[in-house]
Ligand binder design. Structure first.
Ligand code: UDP
Length: 327
């Protein structure tokens, strides 16, 4: 049986939906403490068995692992805001490193040795070349990236010492929503670019703040590689079978290789919504590299994965969700 941590979160819930769509006879276990996740994000199927628990509670996790005879973990649970991580480092080291190590202890106790891990392009830091491939040096410039890198290093150590198989998936910018409209992105507070732009379009915010306009990029704003959350979900499904056939550790970038600047994303949102989006320029956000764009050839070659959504469909699905949010 597969167990998803952070299953009630944005990417976790989209993975669960994609998994249950592909594997019609399977069930899945979702663990979430609901501090950031939403119980409603798991209400779409009775094949989801939900356990409200902290992943850092080793004893409770041992009980859950045994109850469902868990063989593989898909580990999404984390705190995930770059800006917040710079202000509250202790929260990030605690939630992303210590709690994860507590769960690893439970895995050790139960003999679970397969894990898919949500890592991030923030582990690379300032690019020395672009697009970034997996062998690019990992020198994070924000706390969030550091905590994810430390977890990758822990997984490498477990793989060597105890023969764990792991796949670390380094996401670029997760975005968009499932077309069904039953699940989508909902953070509180929201800090991610696309939902903030769309809230501004709806008049829920006065103006979109653009963090810096003198980066070394063609229009002076940061460039990111936005990837649809369902493309991330399908990569996890491909990585699950890879994990079972390759008993060691591997890392894959998940991105599109098409970077968009903040201004380009705003223009796409104007086009899709047909609405005006007021902006104001504010100082740079600490910890933001100017450009992050993926070379995802390795995932395409070894996982047989490809993306299906472009920037326009990312914004269209996010817009559909934003106007009809269920949570
Ligand atoms: N950004 C911005 N204004 C906002 C939120 C984000 O200009 O209100 C920029 C941010 O500096 C970054 C990009 O948009 O270059 C994407 O930021 P987000 O927080 O969505 O994702 P991150 O890249 O931090 O994971």
């Amino acid at each position: 049986m597969n167990l998803v941590t952070g299953g009630a979160g944005y990417i976790g819930s989209h993975f669960i939906k994609a998994f249950l769509d592909v594997f019609q006879d399977d069930n899945i276990i979702a663990v979430d403490n609901l501090t950031e996740g939403h119980a409603s994000a798991l209400s779409f199927s009775n094949r989801i068995h939900f356990e409200q628990e902290d992943i850092g509670n080793t004893e409770a996790m041992v009980r859950i692992f045994r109850k469902y005879d868990i063989k593989t973990i898909i580990h999404f649970a984390a705190s995930c805001y770059v800006g917040d991580s710079q202000i509250n480092p202790a929260k990030y080291f605690h939630n992303n490193c210590i709690q994860t190590l507590n769960m690893f202890k439970a895995m050790e106790i139960c003999g679970i040795r397969q894990i898919l891990f949500s890592s991030t392009c923030a582990t690379y830091g300032n690019p020395q070349y672009l697009p970034l491939n997996e062998v690019h040096p990992q020198q994070p410039i924000n706390v969030y990236g550091s905590t994810k890198l430390m977890t990758e290093q822990a997984l490498r150590a477990y793989s060597i010492a105890q023969g764990w198989s792991y796949v670390a998936l380094r996401y670029f910018n997760a975005s968009g929503a499932d077309e069904s409209g039953i699940i989508g992105e909902s953070h509180d507070p929201e800090t991610h670019l696309i939902p903030l732009i769309l809230k501004t379009a709806l008049g829920k915010r006065k103006a979109l703040q653009i963090f810096g306009n003198d980066y070394e990029t063609p229009d002076g704003t940061c460039i990111r590689d936005y990837i649809h959350v369902n493309d991330l979900a399908s990569a996890h499904i491909a990585a699950l079978s890879y994990l079972r056939n390759h008993p060691r550790g591997e890392s894959f970038n998940l991105g599109t290789t098409n970077g968009s600047s903040v201004l380009e994303v705003i223009n796409m949102c104007k086009k899709v919504t047909g609405l005006d989006i007021p902006v104001e320029y504010v100082p740079k956000r600490p910890g933001d590299p100017p450009v992050l764009v993926a070379n995802a050839d390795k995932a395409r070659e070894l996982l047989g994965w490809k993306t299906s959504y472009d920037m326009q469909s990312i914004v269209q699905t996010a817009w559909h969700w934003e106007q009809n949010r269920r949570y």
